[in-house]
Write a protein that binds this ligand. Structure first.
Ligand SMILES: [Zn+2]
Length: 738
């Protein structure tokens, strides 16, 4: 959007009939180095006035926050009259709280804006406290509603990315023109299953930018794993967006117990330049600084290289695991990850005595003796039928009450999947908290992976804390061994279950500060900013081929730190060393987990893997942790070339991952680089020796690019870059690029 247009809009704004502004009481501005947000508390509702990017035109908002208009008490609907509580409100440099009160019933609504880092987005949430002695039910307000004034013909682009879920779709990353009349909704749940008529779920994030002005725009996202949705619509001179809990199927209501509060999912709102990668190079370090675990990031070995036992499948046992550990250690892996197959039965999280007659501890000690950490897969929110002491047996009446739905009479768990318990039930949560703590303590874990659908959505019970289902509109769908209940209570069920899950993991981390937590939900179904705040890394997809890994990484890396993005690599045809490296490197742009029995690798493959892992640890990992990331090709399709560029402006080093797809005709490819200095000079080193070292100017690298020649299909190259000139400098990480 051009600066001139905004001036016109600003003058329009002055005459806008905004009732809430007529009696403005309080004003404040909350700001980081990249964005400022002007806020105003009207008598009846707060208003976000303007979003002011540090280096671009401002966005003027046209609507006040929409506060709940009524509550339910039994069968009665009681209208709410909110009034600004000036004395309770506060305006500070890093936190603004506008407080509103309703007299009858006595409720308090706090609209909070705050910053947690010097750079990046600002955050917002709304809390509604029930100060009365009665229970009420309320329709949850959106976390954020925006209605920017835009000049009618200004071209705008919307950008969003899908979850990798079970398998990445053929699109994954979307860049869409936003014409007048545009209306879009993106959904996120912990299931990411294909709902008829709905597209693949998104990582709950959207960005809108003007392609004509260097990709300047704003972005917003939701820090929550439950059922949420984001809308975007353009009509006339307004661009509207709503972010929050999914209000469908309607009517969605939640309980306001006496003395208790409802809190909307937190959202973040920022401004950027430089298109989607410009947004990403601001957001990724912010996620690390604000949502990430300081303890985890303080370990220079994060992200780790992992050998996973699924390479031998469900038949893993102590002897096989010891053999894997020995070989993995020799190859240079840093963690052994014991996957499904180790336990007695689903819900009975004790080692299977037939496979692990000495328990897990000797194995853990073996990994530690080899200098490796030890991680474990647990589907800890699932009940089964095992009657052993300590097992979560769903025939017990208490456990049965925690299930989201009764199981049929002859129900049996699958080998590693049972029936989800509703963590929103306090007793179920208490069990799960005790059990995950026991597992981590008993087995001396360095890492805990959760899997399965541990967060319920939709529940048939009427005696749980969430809203009761609407029996007339309830559907129960059997999906991959799960009962997925959909009704008007689905959003509320997921709200309570996610809050419980977050609390369990927050407490687990306090008790075991060095524990790593892997977020997996049948692959990449829980990739969101709430999970990012409660775990250390994500399984990004449940399909483990080189192509699926690169696609899922391409998508998710637009919004999340690459160190948090785990690729599982399964056995794949690798008749040549080139193919073998292609397979390995397809998972080496972020967190690497090899899910193969490395004992089956040839001597040549062992040597290649040892070298590749050493290179990962010494040269790639520092870039994966700290560098800026640029998507320098179209999304991988397996046929054509694709590539990714890391550039660290501090170390003045970078790397280009280059992949040649299956088309034998495309023997060479040119990658246009980004983020460098035009006036700088760069030394290029081709790791596999496919070209001699060469010095090239930044200008040339960013206009005509670098040519990579790989005659064989399904091969790869790593091109390391280092600056040889120090004539100019770049802004530090976290400042916007563009
Ligand atoms: Zn329930």
């Amino acid at each position: 959007m051009a600066r001139r247009v905004v001036c016109v809009l600003a003058s329009l704004m002055a005459s806008a009939p905004l009732a809430a502004l007529a009696h403005a009481q309080l004003r404040g501005t909350i700001a980081t180095t990249t964005v400022a947000v002007d806020l105003q508390a009207g008598l009846r509702a707060p208003v976000l006035m303007r979003l002011r990017p540090a280096d671009g035109p401002q966005w003027v908002n046209a609507v006040p926050e929409r506060l709940p208009t009524s509550v339910q008490h039994g069968a009665t609907s009681i209208p709410l009259r909110w009034r600004l509580a000036r004395g309770l409100s506060s305006v500070g440099p890093t936190r603004i709280e506008f407080v509103y009160e309703s007299r009858r019933p006595h409720l308090r609504l706090t609209s909070e804006w705050y910053v947690r880092a010097a750079f990046g987005p600002v955050e917002h949430r709304i809390t509604i406290d029930n100060l009365s002695d009665h229970e009420y039910w309320i329709a949850p307000p959106d976390s954020l509603r925006l209605s920017w004034q835009v000049a009618p013909r200004t071209p705008l682009t919307q950008f969003y990315v899908e979850k990798g879920a079970g398998e990445p779709t053929s699109h994954g990353t979307h860049s869409i023109n936003v014409p007048d009349g545009y209306a879009w909704t993106g959904w996120s749940t912990t299931f990411a299953h294909p709902v008829p008529g709905r597209p693949r779920e998104i990582i709950p994030y959207e960005a809108v930018f003007s392609p004509a002005t260097g990709g300047r725009g704003w972005y917003a996202g939701i820090e929550f794993s439950g059922r949420t949705r984001i809308t975007l619509a353009r009509a006339g001179d307004h661009l509207s967006s709503a972010l929050g809990l999914d209000p469908t199927p309607a009517p969605v209501i939640t309980r306001l117990a006496p003395g208790k509060a409802f809190v909307t999912p937190t959202v973040f709102l920022g401004a950027f330049s430089g298109g989607p990668d410009g947004a990403g190079n601001q957001l990724r370090p912010w996620v690390r600084a604000v949502l990430g675990s300081p303890r985890t990031w303080s370990d220079p070995d994060y992200p780790l290289t992992v050998d996973n036992s699924w390479g031998v499948g469900i038949d893993i046992n102590e002897a096989a695991a010891r053999k894997m550990i020995k070989d993995a250690a020799a190859l240079g892996f840093e963690m052994f990850h014991l996957d499904a197959g180790w336990f007695r039965e689903v819900g009975d999280w004790y080692p299977d005595p037939r496979k692990f007659p000495h328990g897990l501890l000797p194995l853990v000690e073996d990994a530690h003796a080899h200098g490796m950490k030890f991680g474990l897969w647990v589907d800890w929110a699932q009940a089964g039928l095992d009657r052993e002491p300590g097992a979560l047996d769903l025939r017990k009446p208490a456990v049965r009450d925690w299930l989201v739905a009764d199981v049929p009479p002859h129900w049996k768990p699958q080998p590693f999947k049972g029936q989800t318990i509703d963590l929103g039930v306090p007793a179920a949560k208490a069990y799960a908290l005790g059990e995950v703590n026991r597992i981590v303590s008993d087995y001396h874990l360095d890492m805990l992976e959760h899997d399965g659908y541990l967060v319920a959505q939709g529940c048939t019970r009427t005696d749980h804390p969430h809203a009761a289902p609407e029996p007339r509109h309830m559907t129960v769908e059997h999906y991959q061994g799960e009962d997925i209940v959909t009704s008007s209570n689905s959003t509320d069920v997921s709200y309570h279950a996610v809050r419980a899950y977050y609390d369990i993991y927050a407490r687990l981390r306090r008790r075991h500060p060095d524990l790593l937590l892997e977020i997996c939900n049948d692959g990449g179904r829980m990739i969101d900013f709430g999970s990012a705040a409660h775990g250390d890394y994500f399984s990004i997809t449940d399909t483990y081929t080189p192509l699926a890994n690169r696609q899922a990484f391409y998508d998710a890396s637009f919004v999340l730190p690459p160190a948090m993005l785990e690729s599982y690599e399964q056995k794949w045809p690798t008749p040549t060393r080139g193919r073998f490296l292609y397979m390995l490197r397809s998972g080496m742009m972020g967190w690497l987990t090899v899910m193969q029995n490395t004992n089956d690798w040839t001597r040549t493959q062992h040597a290649a893997a040892r070298r590749a892992l050493a290179l990962y640890k010494t040269r790639l990992r520092p870039l994966i942790r700290d560098a800026e990331l640029f998507h320098i090709s179209a999304r991988p399709d397996g046929v054509h070339w694709d590539g990714m560029e890391y550039w660290d402006p501090q170390r003045r080093r970078g790397v280009v991952f280059a992949f040649h797809g299956s088309d034998p005709a495309e023997r060479t490819h040119r990658f246009i680089l980004k983020g460098l200095e035009s006036s700088g000079l760069y030394e290029l080193h081709f790791e596999d020796g496919t070209a001699p070292d060469i010095r090239v100017s930044g200008r040339q690298l960013m206009t005509s690019g670098i040519a990579v020649a790989l005659p064989q299909p399904l091969t790869s190259e790593l091109v390391f870059l280092s600056a040889v000139s120090d004539r100019s400098h770049r802004p530090p990480i976290g400042s916007s690029s563009g």
